[in-house]
Ligand binder design. Structure first.
Ligand SMILES: [Zn+2]
Length: 242
């Protein structure tokens, strides 16, 4: 095995480790999710510190280790500056990072997912962040093997105009199949729009507050069903919005 390798990767998590070190979790274009330690990065002389900031996209050089690889060089090539300038956007980005970390398997490359992640981080500069969040959630579910479909009942397949959210099913169901929390036709329309949209078009979708809230309920349940656990920062975001 080569001692060194390079990666084009976005930093999605960082935890302090020992004296002055940090262990980062990266999402690499060619690697998928992986972790590596940056030794001494918290010391004032470290050249890496300015580059290794959460959310930065970096060109990395790494050294294979027995249990953990080491970052030997890092140059940030995209810092998504809008995320540092606006605190609320940084919260959205933090949620994106946490969600990606939860969904991604270790060392399973997925170029489409890398591209999606880069696109939504950039998109926060211009697009409605709440809609971009729903867009990211739906695309992430789709890339993870769960293809959201809001045209048909998730149980019987019958076409629906309105439907119900029911935790027993991974999707919206008709009244005959489940019942539960009612999801309006406007909400299903909006979810279908985002499912087939591109990031640069999400703000063209005009919605009212009820629809926004219901969309959030739907994606939250689908994600929780998918991950079978709650995502901490999603709760923080939702709490702040209400
Ligand atoms: Zn049904």
């Amino acid at each position: 095995m080569e001692k060194y390798y390079t990666a084009d990767a976005i930093i999605i998590k960082g935890i302090n480790y020992g004296e002055g070190h940090r262990i980062f979790t990266f999402y690499g274009k060619d690697q998928g999710k992986f972790s590596a330690v940056a030794r001494g990065v918290k010391k004032s002389k470290s050249k890496l510190n300015g580059h290794l900031q959460l959310g930065n996209r970096c060109d990395l050089q790494l050294i294979h280790g027995k249990s953990l690889d080491t970052v030997s060089q890092a140059v940030a090539k995209e810092t998504y500056p809008h995320l540092r300038e606006t605190a609320s956007l940084y919260f959205y980005a933090s949620y994106f990072m946490e969600l990606l970390n939860d969904f991604a398997a270790e060392r399973v490359p997925d170029a489409a997912l890398f591209q999606l992640f880069d696109t939504v981080l950039k998109g926060l500069a211009d697009e409605d962040p709440a809609k971009l969040t729903r867009f990211f959630e739906l695309k992430l579910l789709a890339l993870s093997g769960y293809q959201p479909n809001f045209h048909c009942c998730a149980a019987c397949g019958q076409e629906i105009k309105a439907g119900f959210l029911n935790p027993r099913f991974s999707g919206i169901v008709c009244s005959k199949c489940g019942g539960g929390y009612e999801i309006t036709p406007k909400t299903l329309f909006a979810l279908n729009y985002l499912t087939s949209s591109e990031a640069r078009l999400v703000s063209r979708l005009k919605t009212d507050a009820v629809t926004d809230q219901l969309m959030g309920k739907v994606t939250k349940m689908l994600i929780e069903n998918s991950l079978e656990k709650k995502v901490k920062s999603l709760e923080i975001l939702n709490r702040d919005q209400v």
